[in-house]
Ligand binder design. Structure first.
Ligand code: TZP
Ligand code: MG
Length: 206
């Protein structure tokens, strides 16, 4: 697969509670208008039924121009007719996720050090996410930051598509791409003006 430069993550935890499905869908739409073509739905706190309801509505409203990836849950990926599943080190293995979603959907995996990158490289994941590159407030108990030098080392360790994540903003995104990342995954720096910010990210990484 070829990754777009920007991989937007819609993290339900960043929306004020009670979470409005309309607000989530509107956010996803704004990102899409801003040029986002790869979007992950991430919900760490709510129920599975709520996540499925959000995901189905996002799937319904966004046309096929946006590739939708479900965080953590392969079952919800299938139930919402998403295009892929993203697993972390404590979730289903990429192999297990692949068994659930099949060959035609995307499987992505998070890694936090070179050993994990090499393991992911040898497995069935379609892309490898690596980070946190910089300090992040969007993840509970994040692993140690890997820095731009870490990205360079990860790039040398795999030929699979490489997504970088963690503290990436419009100010530092270019440095991460120049270190060899194919794509940057972003939560915070899209939140306040999703359409305009997505457009800026994409322009500065051409
Ligand atoms: N995994 C590593 S860092 C991170 C995740 C999910 C959070 C990234 O969010 P932000 O706000 O772009 O730093
Ligand atoms: Mg996970």
């Amino acid at each position: 697969m070829t990754l777009p430069r920007l991989y937007a993550i819609l993290d339900v935890g960043c929306f004020s509670s009670p979470v409005s499905k309309t607000a989530l869908v509107e956010y996803a739409r704004e990102l899409a208008i801003g040029g986002v073509t790869l979007l992950q739905y991430r919900s760490k706190l709510g129920s599975a039924s709520e996540a499925l309801s959000h995901a189905r509505e996002i799937r319904r409203v966004l046309n096929d121009g946006v590739t939708l990836v479900m965080n953590d849950r392969a079952d919800l990926c299938l139930a919402a007719d998403f295009d892929g599943i993203h697993v972390g080190q404590d979730d289903l293995s990429p192999h297990g996720a692949r068994k659930v979603v099949g060959q035609r959907r995307i499987v992505g995996v998070s890694t936090h050090n070179l050993e994990q990158v090499l393991e992911a490289d040898a497995g069935p994941a379609d892309y490898i996410a690596f980070g946190p590159v910089f300090a992040t407030a969007s993840k509970t108990n994040p692993d140690p930051v890997v820095g731009v030098e870490g990205v360079r080392a990860a790039r040398a360790a795999t030929r699979k598509p490489l997504v970088t994540i963690g503290g990436i903003t419009r100010l530092n995104a270019r440095s991460v791409i120049e270190a060899g990342a194919d794509s940057v995954a972003v939560i915070s720096d899209l939140l306040s003006h999703p359409r305009a910010s997505a457009g800026e990210f994409l322009r500065l990484m051409v």
